[in-house]
Design a protein around this ligand. Structure first.
Ligand code: GLY
Ligand code: MN
Ligand code: MN
Length: 441
């Protein structure tokens, strides 16, 4: 089921009084004759599904015309890059009625602007087509906002793509669990994950894979993936493949030798409890920041039970002591971008909690969000003299210092908000016994 026509019609309904013009991405040079791997702009993918560079989309709501403009390919291009669809083939391939060449766009704009006082267009189109669009006012911010608003709630076609990228990424995570052994390098686990996706035809990842063992697990966006995996280490892998731009975002943390130690079990169980409790509470109407606060509370209580934190739980959460061990958000939107649109101006709301949270939104059916609490022992925070002074009443630093070799645990699933209980798209073992089982060859 191709969702793109539905997306364009929704945009047309949202902005019926102006010509809509959106440019796709272009190739970027990496060096000399080498280009970066092309990744289409997300708004363009949302409206067209077209993964080719150099295209434009014109929507004329009054005449109900949607036109895709594609580059005119010359023989030189064919010699080096092979076949690129022409208009007739593109019409069929992309399910769009009208396809023309980009060199025809200025004339098309001059014709189409008759009857309009406004154009909704992106900044690049605005600067490129000033001449052709003379006489009609440009409203780039309104187009951006409309697309942010529409993209927040995923359509059935988008959910189908997200399900597929999650299923394949999940299989790849299982392969990593089964294959990793102490003595290998982090990049070998990365290779297993990425090969598992590639073998299934998933040629792109939604973000650079994080494969971190030992203390590297406490580096939130660790990408070096180059350390030797030691016996007794945990391995944290945060990786997801994308399909037509729709990405998974999954993290698992498991023992490299297949058996959790007592200490690893203790920390892991707190993170897992926080994650499961937040997933169970993820319903329409709930504010994401309240879920974040809840995850901090569960983690504070768990760390209190271990004697690492002490004192009143609300004070630990609001005073920031928990953030020494859990210094990132619980959740973000997921879709065409791994940190997806947050829903446009009309959904913006104040943070109802006393803790700093970046993503604040009232959950709605159709939102796809991540759930990713974590606990980390980060030297840069735990050994900072000012932070130690500030939190000395709340943190048993002697005890916390004993975990400085631990690294971190994060567990991340992707959740669809719907009436009633949410749908968890991620099917990768996370219960302790299941993880240990999945690590057996
Ligand atoms: N993979 C990036 C994140 O979890 O937000
Ligand atoms: Mn995430
Ligand atoms: Mn992630």
């Amino acid at each position: 089921m191709e969702p793109y026509l539905g997306h364009r019609k929704a945009l047309e309904r949202r902005l019926p009084d102006g010509l809509i013009l959106l440019s796709g991405g272009t190739m970027l040079t990496r060096n000399h004759d080498v280009d970066f791997v092309f990744r289409q702009k997300s708004h363009f993918l949302y409206l067209t599904g077209v993964e080719e560079p150099g295209c434009h989309l014109l929507i004329d709501p009054k005449r109900r015309r949607h036109t895709l403009f594609i580059p005119r390919i010359d023989n030189h291009h064919r010699v080096w890059l092979g076949h690129v669809p022409g208009p007739q083939e593109a019409r069929r391939l992309f399910g769009i009625d009208r396809v023309a060449y980009t060199d025809e766009l200025p004339a098309a704009l001059r014709r189409a602007k008759a009857g309009y006082r406004k154009t909704y267009l992106d900044a690049i189109s605005a600067s490129r087509h000033k001449q052709a669009l003379r006489g009609v006012a440009a409203a780039p911010a309104l187009l951006e906002d409309a697309l942010q608003e529409l993209r927040a709630c995923k359509t059935p076609g988008e959910l189908a793509l997200l399900k597929q990228s999650n299923a394949v990424s999940g299989q790849a995570h299982r392969e990593v669990m089964r294959s990793v052994r102490p003595g290998q390098y982090e990049f070998e686990a990365q290779a297993v994950f990425e090969a598992a996706c590639l073998r299934r035809g998933f040629r792109h990842l939604g973000y650079p894979s994080i494969v971190a063992t030992g203390t590297n697990g406490a580096v939130l966006h660790y990408h070096r993936n180059a350390a030797k995996i030691k016996d007794g280490d945990l391995l944290l892998i945060d990786a997801g493949a994308e399909l037509k731009g729709y990405t998974a975002d999954i993290t698992r943390t498991f023992p490299a030798n297949g058996r959790f130690t007592r200490r690893q079990r203790d920390i892991y169980s707190i993170v897992l409890a926080a994650q499961k409790s937040c997933i169970a509470r993820s319903r329409p109407g709930i504010v994401s920041a309240d879920l974040h606060l809840h995850s901090m509370t569960v983690i504070a209580e768990g760390l209190k039970d271990l004697g690492i934190l002490r004192g009143d739980t609300a004070g630990l959460v609001e005073g920031g002591a928990v953030r020494l061990f859990y210094p990132h958000g619980l959740t973000h939107m997921l879709g065409l971008d791994v940190h997806d649109v947050t829903g446009g101006r009309k959904r913006r709301m104040p943070n109802p909690t006393k803790v700093p949270v970046r993503f604040v939104a009232r959950l709605e059916p159709g939102f796809v969000i991540t759930m990713e609490p974590g606990i980390y022992f980060i030297g840069a925070l735990l050994q900072d003299p000012a932070l130690r002074r500030k939190h000395r009443a709340s943190v048993d630093f002697a005890k916390a210092d004993g975990f400085l070799d631990f690294g971190g645990v994060r567990i991340e699933d992707d959740i669809v908000i719907r009436p009633g209980a949410p749908l968890n798209l991620t099917d990768v073992p996370k219960e302790i016994a299941d993880v240990e089982e999945a690590c057996r060859r």
